[in-house]
Design a binder for this molecule. Structure first.
Ligand SMILES: [Zn+2]
Ligand SMILES: [Zn+2]
Length: 245
């Protein structure tokens, strides 16, 4: 499977870089994970949005959902052949107002996940873990059934003991790394050192630092993550980066 990074900043877009959005593809199946500010423009560069099979939202903070509304208008207004007549947008149901907004006329349909059950989307099987964040948010573990390869996305979370078992043995761990190690508590995202520690404890093959800050030296974050990740390769998310898993 292939992961293309469309946006990797937390909070707000900056210098042409969008906030959280990742395109995960297996064969001709395309799952869009989160759709932050600026992400639809980035998606248009690499895939006709009408060729999406499904969208998955990890939580309803704007830096993960800002372009959902404009994607809904795209589905309404754009001529062309749609892969799905009605685009399914998966989100948790703990926030009825935001979940309700995922359904838009006959163009997109909100589909609930409960966080406890496995969800099968095309070639992928997804399981979830609720994280510790100011609003309900879910980490997701995605298995490509044909290859057995695993991608885990922590989504937004502070450090807690359940993250490493959830990420166990993943081929790629995408970790919220919004802070350097000197960030005081309380904090609602991982520090780079915590991201590296989770990767080491989980025994993942590769660690990708994402949900990055705009104002911290990213090489510092990489060094801090490397210090706890041991021998696990650590890379920083970058614009339109493609990772083959
Ligand atoms: Zn965020
Ligand atoms: Zn968040």
């Amino acid at each position: 499977m292939k992961l293309q990074i469309l946006g990797y900043l937390g909070g707000y877009p900056d210098q042409g870089i969008a906030t959280s959005s990742y395109l995960l593809s297996s064969g001709d199946y395309h799952l869009l994970m989160d759709l932050g500010s600026g992400a639809l423009l980035q998606l248009e560069k690499v895939l006709d949005p009408l060729q999406l099979d499904a969208v998955l939202l990890t939580h309803y903070h704007h830096d993960h959902t800002a372009d959902v509304g404009t994607l809904q208008y795209y589905w309404q207004l754009r001529a062309g052949t749609k892969k799905e007549a009605v685009l399914p947008i998966y989100g948790h149901t703990k926030d009825p107002l935001n979940f309700g907004a995922l359904t838009f006329g006959s163009f997109t349909k909100g589909c609930g996940y409960d966080g406890a059950s496995q969800l099968n989307l095309g070639p992928f099987s997804l399981t979830f873990l609720e994280t510790e964040h100011p609003v309900p948010a879910f980490a997701v573990r995605i298995v490509e059934r044909s290859s057995g390869k695993v991608v885990v996305n922590t989504s937004d979370t502070r450090y807690f003991a359940g993250l490493a078992p959830f990420a166990k043995g993943a081929d790629l761990l995408m970790a919220d790394t919004n802070f350097a190690n000197d960030k005081p508590q309380p904090r609602w995202h991982l520090t780079a050192g915590e991201a590296g520690q989770i990767a080491a404890d989980a025994g993942v093959r590769n660690l990708l630092l994402t949900h990055l800050p705009q104002t911290i030296d990213l090489e510092l974050l990489r060094r801090e993550a490397l210090a706890t990740a041991g021998s696990i390769p650590v890379q920083l998310a970058s614009d339109q980066q493609v990772i083959t898993i």
